[in-house]
Design a protein around this ligand. Sequence first.
Ligand SMILES: [Mg+2]
Ligand SMILES: [Zn+2]
Length: 184
Amino acid sequence: MQKAVFVDKDGTLISDIPYNIDPEKIKFLPYVIKSLKEIQKAGFKIIVITNQSGVARGYFSQDQLESFRVQFSNKLLQNGVSLDGFYYCPHYPKASVKKFESKCVCRKPLPGLIFKAAEKQDINLSESFLIGDILDDIEAGNRAGCKTILLDSGGEKNWNISYLRLPDYLTKNFKDAAEYVLHE
Ligand SMILES: [Mg+2]
Ligand SMILES: [Zn+2]
C-alpha cells in the first residue's frame, strides 16, 4: 500500500481567490513547491482534495474546471512536482444547477473524496496526512483516519472547534507542515 499527503488547494497550495478558474491567477504560496518536492521524494503521493461548489452555483462548468486542473497540474510539473490525483466535489445543497444540488458525501467536511482516492490508488490512510487551511479540511482528514495539519493562512474565520476538528499539528507555513510530515 502507498502513503499520501492529501492537500486542499485554495489557501493551502495557492492564494485563495474565491471561485477562480483563471489559470493566469494561480499563485503558489511560499515554500509550497520546494516542500511538495521533498514530500514526493520521501515516497508520498500528492493528491488534491477540493470543494468546487462553483460548479453547482453555476459560476463555471466542469469543462472549465477540467481545463483549470490541467493547467494547474502543468504548472506544478514545470516546477518538478507531479500530482498523483485531483479530486473535487462539484455539489452544493442550495445549488442553482439542479444536477449538482445534493447533500453529497464528498463535500468537505465529509471524507468521501479521500476514501475515493484511497480506494482507487491503494492508499493506507493511517500512514497518510491531510494539509488544509480550514477546519472543514481537518474534519475530513480526521474522519478518514489521516494525520491532520492545519495551515493557518487566514482562511478559517469561525474556529468552530470540536473533537473531530482538532488538527494533529498547527502551523502558519507550508514548510513546517512538510517537515511535520517528513519527521512524524
Ligand atoms: Mg482552502
Ligand atoms: Zn460532493
